[in-house]
Design a protein around this ligand. Structure first.
Ligand SMILES: NC(=O)c1ccc[n+]([C@@H]2O[C@H](COP(=O)([O-])OP(=O)(O)OC[C@H]3O[C@@H](n4cnc5c(N)ncnc54)[C@H](O)[C@@H]3O)[C@@H](O)[C@H]2O)c1
Ligand SMILES: [Zn+2]
Length: 402
């Protein structure tokens, strides 16, 4: 370099700003199928091979322990499936069991153990982590995949109603930490999602019911016709008639995907949490009950509570709260838990801590969705404590007669 050029470089003015800008396009298929590991079913192979066809895909499987127990042949089936497609698929090892249920999100040692397993199995950014399980296991394994090698490809096979109609088709993962739900986590779109209806056959009735809370929730804020269909199909849904369950899951998944894809804020950078109607109290109730309540069960309570609150706030026409309550009851929900009345040393209702925790999770202004009408949510930026207490009293009377 000539001396004059060197001098120019050294004399760069202070305070320059370079604007860096680029966009990353996200796209992933959500398949609806049955018996995904039947040798004749092409979906799983398609899911892995949709990008870079022609290259052999190496994959490791992590499976919810309760799913593994209910489906003892699953490991052999996956090995056989990969075996007949050995030109395109390579199974890294036998499926790794992961303890099923919410407690798996409360164990930091488990996160490390699974990250170590990803390393041991030589899973790199051109390989795939496949997770089979309920929403809790998918959240945990998704987090492990997103944090290993700064993000390896991740394929989900959700096995509960809730995971198939909501959590599994979205872009979030996470584990609980410091007593807070999903405190550690990432936004990481999956490579593909496979909703296999067969898995639902072994699901406990409690979990079949719990998952429907998200369908009621999304119908209330987005789709009146879907809500009316839920009302007219409530008996079939309560009895888990497969055709009704399948239709409910599809519409619910579709509405969640539309919000994420077209809502303008897939990674939740703003203050709004448009899919979290009924969730400010639900998340708090989950922790107040030590996760004795399932996510869906807590959401159903939150949905009923915020429906009543919406009426009290003069937003939702009177009587619509009763209608929402009746639907939840027909679907089989229990809408009261003693933890709702837990108080702190100063006598304040602990459930109300959920409002501030809800705000903190995103930061910025508090934004809580209430109902303007069935099928249309509306954000408000204040929650009145006394009105929450009144709405709780309304719900308690209906559930306990007291
Ligand atoms: N990431 C997101 O966007 C998002 C959205 C909503 C909920 N979630 C999370 O999802 C979790 C709840 O998920 P969930 O309702 O699926 O509960 P879950 O994962 O706790 O599963 C419920 C129970 O069913 C078992 N199970 C799962 N599939 C089974 C099957 N086919 N047969 C028999 N047993 C089976 C599980 O082992 C568990 O014991 C919560 O942690 C919640 O925070 C995440
Ligand atoms: Zn939810």
């Amino acid at each position: 370099m000539k001396t004059t050029e060197t001098a120019q470089v050294l004399e760069l003015p202070q305070g320059a700003v370079y604007e860096q800008e680029f966009a990353v396009r996200c796209r992933y298929p959500v398949y609806f199928t049955a018996d995904a590991f039947d040798n004749d079913n092409p979906v799983f192979e398609q899911a892995l091979c949709q990008a870079e066809p022609g290259r052999r895909k190496r994959f490791a499987v992590f499976v919810d322990s309760n799913v593994a127990a209910c489906w003892p042949a699953l490991g052999h089936q996956i090995a056989a499936y990969a075996g007949v497609r050995s030109e395109s698929l390579e199974l890294a090892a036998s499926p790794e069991p992961v303890p099923g249920g919410e407690q798996c999100k409360n164990d930091p040692a488990l996160v490390l153990r699974l990250q170590q397993r990803v390393d041991e199995l030589g899973i790199d950014r051109h390989s795939y982590v496949v997770a089979i399980g309920g929403g809790a296991v998918l959240d945990l394994v998704g987090y492990v995949a997103a944090t290993s090698h700064r993000g390896v490809r991740h394929v989900r096979l959700p096995t509960t109603v809730l995971a198939q109609n909501d959590s599994g088709v979205g872009v979030k993962n996470g584990v609980n930490a410091f007593g807070k739900k999903n405190f550690l986590g990432t936004f990481a779109p999956p490579h593909a999602v496979i909703n296999d209806a067969s898995f639902l056959r072994t699901l406990h009735p409690r979990d079949r019911i719990a998952g429907m809370a998200e369908a009621v929730k999304v119908a209330l804020i987005r789709d009146r016709v879907f809500f009316e269909w839920l009302e007219s199909s409530a008996d079939a849904l309560h009895e888990s008639v497969p055709a009704a369950t399948a239709r409910m899951i599809r519409r619910c998944a579709e509405l969640h995907m539309r919000q994420i894809g077209q809502g303008g804020d897939p990674f939740e950078r703003g203050s709004g949490r448009p899919l979290d109607y009924g969730h400010w109290s639900a998340h708090k109730l989950e922790s107040l009950t030590g996760h004795e309540l399932r996510h869906g069960e807590a959401v159903a309570i939150g949905v009923a509570l915020d429906a009543r609150y919406s009426v009290q706030a003069g937003m939702l026409p009177a009587g619509e709260d009763e209608r929402i309550y009746r639907l939840l009851k027909r679907l089989g929900f229990h809408l009261w838990h003693p933890a709702m009345e837990m108080r702190d040393a100063e006598g304040r209702l602990r459930i109300l801590e959920g409002v501030e925790e809800f705000r903190q999770h995103l930061g910025g202004e508090l934004s809580v969705t209430l109902l303007r009408e069935i099928g249309r949510g509306e954000d408000v930026h204040r929650v009145e404590r006394d009105e929450v207490a009144r709405a709780m009293a309304w719900l308690r009377r209906r559930e306990t007669g007291l």
